[in-house]
Structures are given as C-alpha cells and as structure tokens.
Design a protein around this ligand. Structure first.
Ligand SMILES: [Zn+2]
Length: 340
C-alpha cells in the first residue's frame, strides 16, 4: 500500500500537506458542499480529504483536528463509518490506503457479480446511483455526510452527469470532496459547482529531506530518487516494494539518450519490477523532457518530431493496456513499431 502515513496524526508528518491542511481546516465550516482538491500526482491529496472528512464527522472537536476519541472518530479510524462514503474504481484500490479501500468496497458493485475479470478503471453510473440512495437516507450518526472521490477523473460520462445532479441538488448537510491530479478531465459543469483548492507539491529538495529524515533513506539515494520528479508516495511505494534500485537503474538507462529502446528482453526486467504502465509513463516523461529542452533552446529538429511521434505511440499503448489481456504482446509490438 502506498499511503503509509498515520492518517490521524496532527500535524501531518509532511510539511507540504500540513500547510494545505491548515488552510482547508481553518475555513471548512464556510465551504460550499462541493470541494475540489487538485495538485500533482501522489503527493497525498487524498489524505487531506480523508483528514477533512474526519474533522467534519467528529462529534466533539470540529474546529481543530478532530478529537480522535469520540465514536465517530473511532469509526473513521476503523474504516467503517456509515456516513463516510468513498467512491473510486476497483483498480485504484491498489494505490490507496486500507482506510479508503474498506470504505470504497461498498461501491464496487460489479465485483459482487463476478471476480473473473480485470478490475474496472472507471467509476460507473451504478455507483453514483447507489451513492444517491445511501445519501437519501438520514445520516446514521451525526448531522453530516461526507463523500470522497479520491480519483474524480475516473468518473465515466454517465457517472459524471449523475454526480452533477447531486452537486446541483445536494442532500442536506452533505459534503462532496473531489480529488484529482487532472482537474481538466472533469466536466466544466462539475468544476464550476465546487470551490477549488490547489495543493502544491513539494520541491525535490523537500522530498529528499523527507525521505532521509522520515523514511530513513540514505542521503545519496534520497537525492537521486527525489530528482525523478515523482510524487513522494510513488517513491515510498517503490521503496516498500524493494524496487527503488530498479527505478534508478531504469532512469539511468534512459537519461539523455535519443534512443531509449533496446530489445524487449532488455526492458522486460523493468516492466516486471516497476509495472508496464509506470515504465511507459517514465518513458513519456523522458521524451517530453527532451522536447522541452529543444523548445526552450528555440529549435525543434526532425528528431524532436520523431520523439513526439513516439510519445503519442506510447500513449496509445498505455490506453490499450487498460483493455488488452496480453500485455507482453502489446509491448513487443510497440517496441517493434517504434524501432522501425
Ligand atoms: Zn471525534
């Protein structure tokens, strides 16, 4: 699991979240029922949403940080609070803390029908209908109900329309917190019905210090890992899975080269250790970096054009990996096409 922070810690054990938290909590009582939290990927935005929900639901201390001891706080901690609704895709369960997953399971409706299929990457309209039904009932405990969408950009078209209705005519005392690193993917109609908070990501030096001081990473590795431009919780996940060395090796192998593709067999260990999707994302980032460098120098060459074509090709493969069963075939095919 990626989020290993103590969710009930106050202040939050990373400075970039604590700053955003202070801002949010100082004024939550005057916020409208739709709240949109945006910011870079994997910096802990969902943890902020969860913390805000905990405070909104607390029965005794809603001004500061939640008491941590009332029965509502206890239910949140045990991930069984009936008035806290978490709506996210099944696939994102791999990237969220257990606190979220336990709350989210009640909206994974397809899972109940069959287990022999790929977990869905989207939130469908059925989940929003189920949410509506649950919200229409009286709050089980206190006066409020809180809904969190940890990856709001996963809503499919029909689900987004259904959510829009809910935002237009909310049930009483309901707060809806939408979290995303791709705010532009949300329909403008949804965005316009929310107050927008932008959470700033930490600089690489802040991440390096945090990895060193809080996670016990040796200083040199902390500097190298933080230089990759990844969200701090991506890095801690890689460390926990013991594949941070593979990440550094892979970054080294693609750095500064025009051609980053070898045979499939060369890249296979990286696909296996780091995951297909992640390796492809890193490749795309590297391409983008190269083209940006040329663009800032004012000259885009023919090779930059080729690099952009590759960028688009990889994007298409990333899309197809979400549906295809034979990922090795798709990746081999991509390498052959790009090399030719
Ligand atoms: Zn409490």
């Amino acid at each position: 699991m990626i989020c290993t922070l103590d969710l009930l810690a106050s202040p939050m054990p990373c400075e970039w979240l604590e700053n955003a938290r202070i801002k949010l909590i100082s004024r939550w009582q005057s916020l409208p029922h739709g709240i949109l939290l945006t910011g870079p990927e994997m910096i802990g935005k969902s943890l902020l949403a969860f913390d805000l929900a905990r405070i909104m639901l607390c029965e005794t201390d809603q001004d500061k940080s939640g008491c941590g001891t009332c029965s509502s706080c206890q239910l949140v901690e045990q991930s069984v609070h009936p008035d806290l609704h978490v709506v996210t895709s099944e696939a994102s369960g791999n990237f969220l803390s257990t606190h979220f997953v336990r709350h989210a399971e009640r909206y994974w409706l397809e899972k109940k029908l069959t287990s022999a299929r790929k977990p869905s990457e989207q939130v469908g309209v059925e989940s929003i209908r189920a949410l509506n039904q649950n919200l229409a009932a009286t709050a089980s405990r206190g006066a409020r109900k809180v809904v969190i969408f940890p990856k709001a950009d996963q809503l499919n078209h029909n689900a987004a329309n259904a959510l829009l209705k809910l935002l237009e005519e909310p049930t009483r005392d309901t707060f809806i917190i939408l979290v995303t690193s791709s705010g532009h993917r949300l329909p403008a109609t949804i965005r316009s019905r929310c107050i927008h908070f932008s959470v700033k990501g930490p600089s690489s030096s802040v991440v390096a210090t945090w990895l060193r001081d809080e996670k016990g990473v040796d200083p040199e590795t902390a500097t190298q890992l933080s230089g990759a431009g990844l969200g701090p919780f991506v890095i801690t996940d890689l460390i926990e899975r013991g594949v941070d060395g593979a990440l550094l090796e892979f970054l080294e192998s693609i750095r500064g080269r025009e051609s980053v593709f070898g045979e499939f067999e060369t890249l296979k260990p990286f696909f296996e250790a780091l995951g297909d999707e992640f390796v492809l994302e890193l490749l795309q980032r590297q391409f983008l970096k190269q083209v940006r460098r040329s663009a800032s120098a004012g000259v885009l060459s023919a090779s930059d054009k080729t690099i952009m074509d590759r960028f688009v090709e990889i994007g298409e493969v990333r899309e197809s990996l979400r549906t295809t069963i034979d990922s090795q075939l798709a990746l081999e095919d991509m390498l052959i096409r790009i090399q030719s």
